[in-house]
Design a protein around this ligand. Structure first.
Ligand SMILES: NC(=O)c1ccc[n+]([C@@H]2O[C@H](COP(=O)([O-])OP(=O)(O)OC[C@H]3O[C@@H](n4cnc5c(N)ncnc54)[C@H](O)[C@@H]3O)[C@@H](O)[C@H]2O)c1
Length: 317
């Protein structure tokens, strides 16, 4: 019996494996292809904390290989899947949509097929707030109209969700869809605004601000996200559902810059750039469903989370 965590060398995946290790003695398979979407050395460092634990097996490979996945599920006797692996940036998906379609749609399908042939107890399919788009009501409610995604990334995540829900309906693969919102915390991906801003302020360089900084994001700490994913492992009545994991307190990007300035102790220099296509003006999670089904309540206030993140950044990057 093993829990398969895809994307286990990534930002959220590596936190999730550490949290699983605190709670279970089950075998954990960390599947990751250590791709170069960002520096693979960072991913190697992410797994360093658990790489030598006997309970964890690190498998280096792609979930886009159907035969290999079927074999992996059999060989490791996979009984649970936490599918975090993906190409996860909004803006690069505009330039490289094929990469996103292959990993996020085709790859998810390969895993669903493997889970159909080798039944599992639960299949957590980690989607994203980017499935909400133009026309969605605010705050975002899971079962209300989602609007039209604004990026290929969002479209691939929605396609993956739909495949998961179809595999539940058709083949009884016990899929639960989770939709995280703007996750941050230690080991944050270097391509995300919070990392880029922090680096620029620390180096006293101008930080690129797209638009006027008034777009709002529902930043959610990775500890809270992992709490939600841990609850979704065993919660009743969640199979076949889509559930938001956010903070439900969106803040403007310029407020984020202010919080980073405070934590770093230096004023930011700002280089204004035109708005980029593909970005939502606001993300805002309604958490009624997460509270009801997962007893999910985010615990980390943004001020505390940003201060902790900066402390980690100054020591580690
Ligand atoms: N970080 C966020 O703010 C956020 C928000 C919403 C949703 N998500 C979702 O959470 C998940 C994890 O995101 P993250 O921020 O940790 O990203 P990440 O890029 O740090 O982690 C993803 C991992 O998946 C791996 N991967 C990609 N394609 C693969 C393949 N074909 N085979 C094996 N491994 C592969 C990558 O090497 C990487 O280590 C993603 O599904 C993402 O869409 C993230």
């Amino acid at each position: 019996m093993a829990i398969l965590v895809t994307g286990g060398a990534g930002f959220i995946g590596s936190h999730m494996i550490e949290r699983l290790l605190e709670r279970t003695s089950e075998a954990i398979v960390c599947l990751d292809n250590f791709n170069d979407y960002y520096d693979p050395a960072i991913k190697r460092r992410n797994v360093a904390g658990f790489g030598d634990r006997r309970q964890v097996k690190i498998v280096e490979g792609s979930f886009c290989q159907q035969d290999r996945m079927r074999q992996l599920f059999d060989d490791e006797d996979v009984t649970e899947v936490i599918h975090l692996g993906a190409y996860a940036g909004v803006r690069p998906s505009v330039e490289q949509p094929h990469l996103y379609q292959q990993a996020n749609v085709e790859g998810t399908l390969c895993l669903l097929e493997a889970a159909r042939q080798h039944p599992v107890n639960r299949f957590q399919l980690i989607s994203s707030s980017t499935v909400y788009g133009a026309g969605a009501g605010i705050p975002f409610v899971e079962d209300a109209p989602l609007g039209m995604p604004l990026s290929p990334y969002g479209a691939t995540k929605r396609a993956a969700e739909l495949l998961g829900l179809v595999y539940f309906g058709l083949h009884k693969v016990p899929v639960v869809v989770l939709r995280p919102f703007s996750v941050y915390g230690p080991r944050l991906r270097p391509d995300l605004a919070m990392s880029i801003f922090t680096q620029a302020i620390c180096e006293d360089r101008p930080l690129p601000l797209f638009g006027d900084g008034s777009i709002r994001r529902d930043f959610t700490h990775v500890r809270d996200i992992c709490d939600g994913l841990l609850a979704a492992r065993s919660a009743d009545n969640v199979v076949g559902q889509c559930i938001n994991l956010g903070h439900s307190e969106p803040i403007e990007i310029r407020r984020l810059i202010g919080l980073l300035e405070e934590a770093i102790g230096r004023r930011a220099k700002i280089r204004r750039e035109p708005e980029k296509p593909g970005e939502m003006p606001i993300t805002f999670a309604d958490l009624t469903k997460a509270e009801t089904l997962l007893a999910y309540r985010p615990q980390v206030p943004i001020e505390q989370g940003v201060a902790e993140f900066v402390a980690w950044f100054l020591q580690n990057r």
